[in-house]
Write a protein that binds this ligand. Sequence first.
Ligand SMILES: Cc1cc2nc3c(=O)[nH]c(=O)nc-3n(C[C@H](O)[C@H](O)[C@H](O)COP(=O)(O)O)c2cc1C
Length: 394
Amino acid sequence: MVAREVCHGIFWVGAIDWDRRLFDELIPLPNGTSYNSYLIRGSEKTALIDTVDPAKEYELISNLVRKGVERIDYIIINHAEQDHSGSLPMILEFFPDAVIVTNEKCKDLLVALLHVPPERFKVIADRETLSLGDRTLEFLLTPWTHWPETQVTFLKEDRVLFSCDLFGAHVASSDLFMQDERATYISAKRYYAEIMMPFRGSIKGHLEKVRALPIAMIAPSHGPIYRDPAFILNAYGDWTADTVKNEVVIPYISMHGSTLKMVEQLIEALVARGITVKPFNLARTDVGELAMSLVDTATVVIATPTLLFGPHPQAIYATYLANLLRPKVRFASVIGSYGWGGKAVEGIVKMLDHVNVEILDPVIAKGLPDEAAMKGLERLADDILKKHKEINIV
Ligand SMILES: Cc1cc2nc3c(=O)[nH]c(=O)nc-3n(C[C@H](O)[C@H](O)[C@H](O)COP(=O)(O)O)c2cc1C
């Protein structure tokens, strides 16, 4: 993709990955992604903000060559992960005088992950500034906005925040700036759920610092640039807030239909009580959609049959992931069917050690759910409603 002007003297020189469908060999990418790298021309110095995934390094080089860039003085690295830093070794070869500017932790990681020569670095501290002549970069360390070394860079005169992964979205688009608010909101929420949610506590703190800057534009390293910073800052404010919604997420799996009958009954019982329900069939669900639903749901009910003395492996995978993502969910329960001795419930409950949830009494059935099990599901729906009322979300 050809380089494009973000504003006077600032250019997008990154790459668009239209076909990529999986990130970190884990996260589905229904809309591809982009690796945004930015070139800033100051009156005295030129800086490159982040690089691109190594699979696309020739696109970055080609953009710089076609823009007639003969010298890069500084390469600002906001995050050591290879989708932003992986082209650094090649850029260092093309621009032998360029100095990498980043924080101490990021330097350590770049030396370890990419074998970047330590003598090529200038290490900066939190709130340190760097002059490009008529333009000034200010660095804000924002640890755990994904990794421990993450930082953001603020271009003071133009009021542009280069936020790297923070505020990003996995979207391949020919539009440089956000056009479709609804579509961008969903992509950014999915990205937050998959990448940022485990660090909700740190992000909340960093949001305060970022909000205090007079930002005119947010330019992340994945997805569109925001000319209306409030759009994404407010969305992050909502997602990181402690509030939850009157919703129940039900990740479920059923081999022969018995657990499915229980799920169907629970959905009806919850809907009858005015609660929004989001079921996800784990045999075919996109884990990104499931992660997104966990951003603000109050309750999760995991539904699994017993298989070889424990939960179904798909339920184990989903529970493991949900636990790692540390959603702000408040209540959880388990339902499911067994044949001769159900141990699935204990297995699932034990796995929920990273989330601060109250476990509501599970419901299990031997084979097809009988009347007692159906009543149990009504009771579970009552319990959920009562709990949602107690926290004032109904
Ligand atoms: C491969 C397999 C392994 C199973 N292992 C167990 C088990 O260890 N303990 C048990 O109580 N039932 C076991 N069952 C029986 C199922 O838990 C039982 O049929 C249950 O009703 C299935 O629920 P579903 O229709 O939602 O899949 C097993 C069934 C299958 C197909």
